[in-house]
Design a protein. Structure first.
Length: 326
């Protein structure tokens, strides 16, 4: 078979303009593997790639006028169909998860260093939910946040894609975790280990007397002054993502302002631009195998309903991750 079903577009567009059709099956290089896709993760990165927004990302390499990649999607889970001649770590039939270019398709090519073996204890849908969001949570807490056992950490957007991973990872690092989310997600956030849950529709956590050693902000809509008020005098703020406004930066200016302000305060204020790495994926799969981490799936859509999945993602109502089955 030289063609495959895929979601694609030839120009930046709204999700509603995506097409499902037959396109050429990918060819792989000497260091790549060909994956028969079983599930693909739906995250903000996919939406950015489809719409070309914010414009700053086009300047960063997405393509100025037209996208460099026809097929959206980075997070992938499936079975290896074929391997390049330099690949020795994987074999046809292996079940894997990781990142690639164009996971919204029946087949995708991936570099062998971008994937790891899938734990047998989770489904393909759960595996596809892992790479981007779980790596963002891990890198935000461990690398940028320097989280230590016993510290008090607050996670905004705790019921979302990154947030549900962050709550579980912070508990795995033996922190005291407070999750902030909307009413419909409070029970979920409590069930995955949060010691305290704040319903932001009823209470502003910055009005509480509590102060936190680390705040992981995944909700993207609070002013820096409010977030700093909830930090200890030497606490750390890590901003993951941005608000869904602004065609040029879409909230990324908060990360820039945090970085500029940080040298002038005892608090550590920083942003995170995460990149899934094989070592981090391996760490995450080990946590899954030991029962300390479970991907939370809100809803799974068939590949043909990718536009609906993306709209649901942008609504902010998803509890955990959204995936596509292929």
């Amino acid at each position: 078979m030289t063609t495959m079903k895929a979601i694609f577009r030839d120009t930046y567009c709204s999700p509603d303009a995506l097409k499902l059709g037959d396109i050429d099956k990918p060819t792989i290089g000497h260091d790549d593997v060909l994956i028969r896709v079983h599930a693909a993760g739906v995250d903000q990165g996919a939406w950015h790639l489809i719409t070309g927004l914010p414009y700053l990302l086009r300047l960063a390499g997405y393509g100025l006028r037209t996208p460099k990649t026809r097929i959206p999607g980075h997070d992938v889970a499936g079975r290896i169909e074929a391997v390049g001649e330099n690949v020795t770590r994987f074999h046809p039939g292996d079940e894997v998860l990781g990142t690639c270019h164009g996971s919204f398709a029946e087949y995708a090519g991936a570099h062998h260093d971008a994937i790891v073996l899938k734990p047998s204890t989770i489904t393909f849908e759960q595996a596809a939910a892992l790479p981007a969001s779980a790596c963002a949570a891990l890198q935000g807490l461990r690398d940028k946040g320097q989280l230590q056992p016993g510290q008090k950490v607050l996670i905004t957007g705790a019921g979302g894609g990154v947030g549900t991973f962050a709550v579980q990872l912070a508990k795995a690092y033996q922190a005291h975790v407070t999750g902030v989310c909307r009413t419909t997600k409070t029970e979920l956030v409590r069930s995955i280990g949060a010691d305290d849950v704040i319903d932001h529709t009823r209470e502003d956590f910055t009005d509480r007397p509590d102060r936190y050693d680390l705040i992981l902000d995944t909700a993207g809509n609070r002013p820096l002054t409010h977030l700093r008020r909830a930090l200890t005098p030497t606490g750390t703020l890590v901003i993951v993502g941005g608000a869904q406004t602004g065609r040029w930066t879409e909230g990324a200016d908060r990360q820039l302002r945090a970085g500029m302000l940080s040298p002038f305060t005892h608090q550590n204020l920083t942003g995170l631009m995460s990149t899934p790495r094989r070592q981090d994926l391996q760490t995450l799969t080990e946590l899954i195998e030991t029962g300390k981490l479970t991907p939370i799936i809100d809803r799974t859509y068939p590949l043909s309903q990718a536009p609906q999945a993306l709209h649901h993602l942008r609504s902010g109502h998803a509890s955990g991750k959204i995936t596509l089955t292929v």
